[in-house]
Design a protein around this ligand. Structure first.
Ligand SMILES: [Zn+2]
Length: 423
């Protein structure tokens, strides 16, 4: 399934309207060009100048008019880092929201760990044989020039949005918090083309990123996508993956997407108010049946269980309300008690190996996490079991971040990069 998703970011320029072109697959995200009377407008600029130069060259086959304006849908690096590659002698206006840049500033204190988790989530160090893709982006992108072509915004889109005309093209900027607080979508009222930024792409949305992000307000996200749907676009151009063409297809996709997010939120809130904790809810909440098999809601990138946990902690913090979890046993002590319960370290180790032999990979992982704490255990064996169980889970997984994380972590364990207790 994940391999088949590859067609969503096959490299090429897609004509989405008479004067609108989107370059897909030149890096992780999309970049688009709108051709006006005396110039062009670029929406998003990829990750760095090298990939952006390739896209700019591909665009030049359709127009060699100068770039009059650049628009950043939001401040994630894969959308802003290649701007310099698009411009010539003329300095274009560069549009972004008032809160532009707020997305990644909140938890810089933990950057060392975020970087490690980022490498795992995107599978940046996986071998070609292990790699598939990143769910909504190809693997193996050239990231060496990250951000080197970034040009700071020169025009601020106010919080109530902006309607303007650039190079004879009517444009509307709508503030739309979602994946980031600083996001907006761009609407061409004449062509009825909508540029969604990363609030929409063909996958269940990444309401929480396992690389470690602050809470993304999922209600805002759902509402922003609902506003897009209300415009009934004839084409929706996502921040990643192929444009969806045709009024019914585009509008239905956005309506469904908004509903899917809202449903996960509502089910989680209902569960919380029924006294349920995040572990239980992560297993209970599901997409409604009529949405489950929609191609743009398959969990290639975002995952419903992760979203449920994020909503839980976003609304209530880490505590699940159960007094047992106020002061749980320290992991090492708990591991010793588990060994005692099993009939000794040897028995617990046998259970761990049996779980792996039965392909009960998650249980094998949980037991190996106990065994690793025991002074009397064969920790090397526990490590080996964990590696094999992670690879077993990865082989069954079509959610790209989970799969990448399992495989990357297994490789780190195998190469001895991680400390004895595997953090
Ligand atoms: Zn993106």
């Amino acid at each position: 399934m994940l391999n088949a998703q590859q067609q969503q970011f096959e490299k090429g320029v897609v004509k989405v309207a008479d004067n609108v072109f989107t370059a897909v697959g030149f890096h992780g995200a999309n970049t688009s060009m709108i051709i006006g009377t005396d110039g062009v407008i670029i929406i998003d600029t990829l990750f760095g100048p090298s990939s952006a130069t390739n896209a700019a060259e591909a665009f030049r086959q359709y127009s060699d008019k100068p770039v009059k304006a650049i628009v950043y849908t939001h401040s994630h690096g894969d959308h802003i880092g290649g701007a310099s590659a698009f411009i010539g002698d003329e300095q274009p206006d560069i549009y972004a929201t008032e809160s532009f840049g707020s997305a990644e500033g909140v938890n810089q204190a933990v950057d060392p760990v975020k970087q490690k988790r980022n490498v795992r989530q995107f599978g940046r160090k996986l071998s070609p044989a292990e790699s598939t893709n990143r769910g909504v982006a190809p693997a193996g992108t050239d990231d060496g020039d990250r951000g080197k072509g970034f040009l700071p915004p020169t025009v601020t889109v106010p919080n109530n949005g902006l309607k303007t005309t650039i190079a004879g093209v009517e444009l509307e900027f709508h503030i739309a918090p979602g994946e980031t607080d600083d996001a907006m979508f761009i609407w061409l009222p004449k062509e009825k083309v909508l540029f969604a930024g990363d609030n929409f792409y063909s996958s269940f949305p990444n309401l929480y990123a396992i690389r470690g992000t602050a809470y993304r307000d999922v209600l805002d996200w759902s509402e922003s996508v609902g506003k897009m749907a209300a415009l009934k676009p004839h084409v929706v151009v996502p921040g990643h993956t192929m444009p969806i063409r045709g009024q019914e297809a585009a509008t239905t996709a956005l309506t469904d997407y908004s509903e899917a997010i809202r449903s996960v939120y509502d089910q989680t809130v209902r569960g919380i108010n029924a006294g349920k904790g995040p572990d239980q809810l992560a297993h209970e909440v599901e997409l409604p049946e009529h949405l489950r098999d929609k191609p743009y809601l398959i969990q290639f990138y975002g995952a419903v269980p992760h979203a449920v946990r994020a909503i839980y902690s976003g609304l209530l913090g880490w505590y699940d309300g159960n007094p047992t979890t106020l002061n749980p046993l320290e992991p090492k002590l708990k591991a010793e008690k588990m060994a005692e319960l099993a009939g000794g370290t040897q028995k617990l180790t046998e259970q761990m190996e049996a779980a792996l032999a039965k392909n009960e990979y998650q249980w094998a992982l949980e037991l190996s996490d106990h065994v690793k704490w025991l002074d009397t255990a064969d920790r090397n064996l526990a490590r080996k079991v964990k590696i094999a169980a992670l690879r077993g889970l990865a082989s069954r997984e079509y959610n790209a971040p989970n799969r990448n994380y399992y495989l990357s972590y297994a490789n780190e364990l195998e190469s001895g990069q991680l400390s004895e207790v595997w953090f």
